[in-house]
Write a protein that binds this ligand. Structure first.
Ligand code: MLT
Ligand code: MN
Ligand code: ZN
Length: 309
């Protein structure tokens, strides 16, 4: 049995975002809705080690919350047990892309007494050793033990991870360093528990749902899906950015061809949104948009949510 934990359900900036005054952020500040940390999940199979999937700038707080929730029982011989000194509580870290909100947490783990075991696509390593050289920087701290995130990797005897290309959009800081339009800058993951046969598909940056993706989602027992924006022009309409949701590589939830319509058609038992931007009205309690999501049988992810796969 695999345990999945949402460490952070918000997109980059978190909820509320430090400089944002949208309705959701102000509601959160006044205590009307719980704050959310930035995008990350963790998984563990059968009482074994935890694996971190994406390392957000809020990872320190997220680890402390895991500890408070007894995710690291001291009697358990995991890598966070006191006898293992100041190591890192994750046996491995998987990066789906090189975006700032999914990688900045790596630098906060530099106090580890062991090299960080990191799996990522090749382009992500390139970004993190050039445009945003976190991996190079870590060499003089804890060190990094990097492995390619090949099509399929085995994390433990029970846990298998398949990665599939999702995005050819580089992070903004690498936009001038791309060589070809087919480069894979972002992947999704299908995590399979071999002992139960159950699967989870994680896709925090989803630009489109084509037929192959539809099949993959339908074949999963649970999906954690890009819930960044409600509308395509969400940021331009608020006057805070010129880039549309689609230009940023995020299929908006609403409207014709939006992801909510697609998600409603899927027979997947559990469908949940993650990587939710603070401007997304689904975060506002009882908003029409939040209700619309619920009516379609789609859950809105929140920090600390744990479930069995
Ligand atoms: C994204 O998810 O598109 C990025 O994290 C946006 C950003 O640069 O913050
Ligand atoms: Mn992001
Ligand atoms: Zn906001």
């Amino acid at each position: 049995m695999t345990i999945v934990r949402i460490l952070g359900a918000a997109a980059g900036g978190g909820f509320p975002q430090w400089n944002c005054h949208c309705q959701g952020c102000e509601t959160s500040r006044s205590g009307g809705v719980r704050a959310l940390t930035q995008s990350s999940i963790a998984i563990r199979s059968n009482g074994g080690d935890w694996f971190l999937i994406n390392a957000s700038p809020d990872v320190r707080q997220q680890i402390e919350l895991m500890r408070a929730d007894n995710c690291f029982p001291p009697q358990n011989n995991n890598c966070f047990a006191p006898q293992n000194g100041r190591s890192v509580p994750f046996a491995g870290i998987i990066l789906t892309d090189a975006e700032i909100d999914h990688t900045t947490g790596l630098i906060l783990l530099r106090e580890s007494s062991q090299p960080l075991k990191i799996y990522s696509p090749d382009r992500v390593k390139f970004a993190l050793t050039t445009g945003y050289p976190l991996l190079s920087t870590l060499q003089n701290y804890c060190g990094v033990d990097w492995s390619p995130l090949d099509a399929a990797i085995s994390l433990s005897s029970d846990l298998e991870v398949e990665s599939f290309a999702l995005s050819s959009k580089p992070p903004k800081y690498m936009q001038d360093a791309t060589r070809s339009p087919d480069e894979v800058w972002g992947v999704g993951l299908t995590i399979r528990d071999r002992s139960t046969g159950k699967t989870l598909t994680y896709a925090p940056g989803l630009a489109e749902i084509d037929e192959a993706m539809q099949r993959r989602l339908n074949a999963s027992d649970c999906i954690l899906i890009d819930g960044t924006f409600w509308t395509n022009d969400e940021l331009p309409a608020l006057g805070v950015s010129s880039r549309s949701a689609r230009q940023m590589g995020h299929l908006p939830l609403s409207g014709e061809g939006g992801s909510l319509q697609e998600l409603a058609r899927l027979t997947t038992p559990r469908k949940m949104l993650v990587h939710i931007n603070n401007t997304n009205p689904i975060l506002i309690p009882n908003s029409a948009q939040q209700q619309a999501v619920g009516i379609q049988g789609v859950e809105i992810g929140c920090d600390g949510l744990m479930f069995e796969l």
